[in-house]
Design a protein around this ligand. Structure first.
Ligand code: NAP
Length: 488
């Protein structure tokens, strides 16, 4: 088909976070011009808009957590703070003219495939149509609240880490935080010196990898701005480090890399915690890397502050004055924060998605969410996911992941544009075989060695890419077109 007779495709992107903005930019660069992003809130930025807790930072080096086509010489630190990251996305969206494509305050409630097109409806009643839908709805998006008997009687302020109430004063107050995931660890580093009393409620101890977080000097930033090749070299170096030291190590529970990680975490614990009793409370009983590895330069320092207390007794309930633990102790608090993570298996839901012949995504995913290469689902033609189910999550840069996935999707979409395919449908048997291979490999990873984490699906299998990063890059470089079928 000649260029002039190519189909003009209409795209709808769900969500204006990191991957939605990326999709809009790259679709435009590929010559597509009929694009709408639906964003349910009034601001872009996804997870970086929602998570504003004190101490928030990216635990992937910032120069890696950057679009490949939009380097940022100005990152202040190795692990940039969340506010800087949010500004980066806003600036990038503006620079590439994406904001006018976004319909803010419009939550897509239904996507129904009908006669070759997706019919969409929003909570406001807007109706729209698209040839292609890209779900860029994020992974960790729905806060998981703990069950706390008596919480309704609590006299202080109570909120989830992703719903931070900035009206609540913290300085000089008695602050309690539930959880010891990446979020709670960052909050602890930021708050334990500010509170008059700081209580960290730990259910499970965490291995802490001692990742330094140096600031970039003004001179360094000037060099990065002047000499893009220096910035490129730094990115490459950080990439290698993250892949070699973490990403490729954790996929083999018996690898030397995993042992090195464990040694570094153990040394950090032994040398970083002075009080032997506290050290034992902080010592995990599962293997390092089994839960998402926590990278922190200063958590152990923070939890050893005079006003900080690590509470390992389990929580019995909440009373007007604070949290009562099983040993009968009342921990009096003014503020209680649930840093208890997210329901990690929702993806595009609760949007109702119906594919061919009325097939309902909620039913297809009843046992667990799955997608071929985490991008495409049988019976849901021309619907693609960014950072979808079972995609790479093990300390990868999700920007890099989304870029690979998007390049893959762009190649598929070319077949629609040039008319060689009318619908992009992954063959069910191919998707099933892929998922079987993935599950088998996932069982050999460190995430599968006997701890509980949000990486595990309902069957206890790690919901992640279980192979090396280079295998991911290779697989996504070019779609295997025999995996897809056209309309019969
Ligand atoms: P998380 O890793 O799921 O941790 C939740 C924590 O809350 C765990 O310590 C869990 O304990 C505890 N918890 C949950 N329910 C509880 C209950 N009912 N009672 C007591 N404790 C309870 O959540 P997260 O810390 O928000 O992090 C989620 C993910 O977000 C991270 O793994 C990471 O991928 C991402 N993240 C990234 C950054 C970054 O810098 N890039 C920062 C923050 C978060 P158990 O361990 O016992 O289950």
């Amino acid at each position: 088909m000649s260029r002039t007779t190519r189909r003009r495709l209409r795209f709808v992107i769900l969500g204006a976070g990191m991957s939605g903005i990326l999709a809009a930019i790259r679709l435009r660069q590929a010559g597509h011009d009929d694009i709408t992003l639906y964003e349910k809130t009034d601001r872009l930025g996804g997870t970086w808009r929602e998570n504003t807790y004190p101490g928030i930072a990216c635990d992937v080096p910032a120069h890696l957590y950057t679009y490949s086509f939009e380097p940022n010489a100005g990152w202040s630190r190795m692990l940039a703070p969340g506010s800087e990251i949010l500004q980066y996305f806003e600036r990038t969206a503006d620079r590439y003219g994406i904001r006018p494509l976004i319909r803010f305050g419009e939550e897509v409630t239904a996507c129904v495939f009908d006669e070759g097109r997706w019919q969409l409806q929003t909570a406001r009643g807007t109706r729209d149509e698209a040839d292609v839908v890209i779900a860029a709805t994020g992974v960790l998006h729905h806060p998981r609240m703990p069950e706390l008997p008596g919480i309704e009687r609590f006299g202080g302020a109570y909120f989830h880490s992703a719903r931070w109430d900035h009206g609540v004063p913290l300085d000089g107050r008695r602050v309690g935080v539930i959880g010891t995931g990446s979020t709670a660890i960052q909050i602890t580093s930021a708050l334990s010196r500010r509170a008059s009393k700081y209580s960290l409620f730990q259910r499970t101890a965490q291995w802490i990898f001692p990742m330094e977080n140096p600031a970039y000097s003004t001179e360094e930033k000037q060099v990065f701005a002047r000499e893009p090749e220096r910035l490129g070299a730094l990115r490459e170096e950080l990439n290698r480090m993250m892949i070699d030291v973490i990403a490729d190590a954790v996929i083999d529970a018996e690898s030397a890399g995993v042992k090195n990680l464990a040694d570094a975490c153990l040394q950090n614990l032994e040398q970083g915690v002075r009080d032997p009793l506290l050290r034992e409370k902080l010592r995990p009983t599962y293997r390092a890397g089994c839960k998402r590895l926590i990278l922190s330069p200063d958590f152990y320092e923070a939890i050893q502050q005079p006003m900080a207390e690590l509470v390992t007794e389990s929580i019995e309930g909440v009373e007007p004055a604070g949290v009562r633990t099983r040993d009968g102790c009342l921990h009096q608090l003014d503020v209680l924060i649930a840093a208890t993570g997210f329901v990690a298996d929702r993806f595009v839901r609760p949007t109702v998605v119906r594919g061919r012949n009325g097939v309902d995504l909620d039913e297809v995913w009843a046992a667990k969410p799955a997608a071929y290469l985490s991008v495409a689902i049988p019976d849901f033609p021309n619907l693609f996911l960014l950072n979808g189910p079972n995609g790479p999550v093990g300390n990868f840069s999700l920007i890099q992941v989304a870029e690979f996935q998007l390049d893959y999707i762009l190649q598929l979409v070319e077949h629609l544009r040039d008319g060689s395919l009318r619908e992009i449908r992954v063959r069910p048997e191919v998707a099933t075989a892929y998922e079987e291979r993935r599950v088998e490999a996932a069982r050999k990873t460190i995430w599968s060695t006997g701890c509980n984490s949000w990486y595990l699906d309902a069957q206890g299998v790690p919901a992640s890419w279980p192979w090396t990063f280079s295998k991911f890059a290779q697989t996504m470089a070019r779609p295997e077109m025999t995996a897809f079928e056209d309309v019969a």
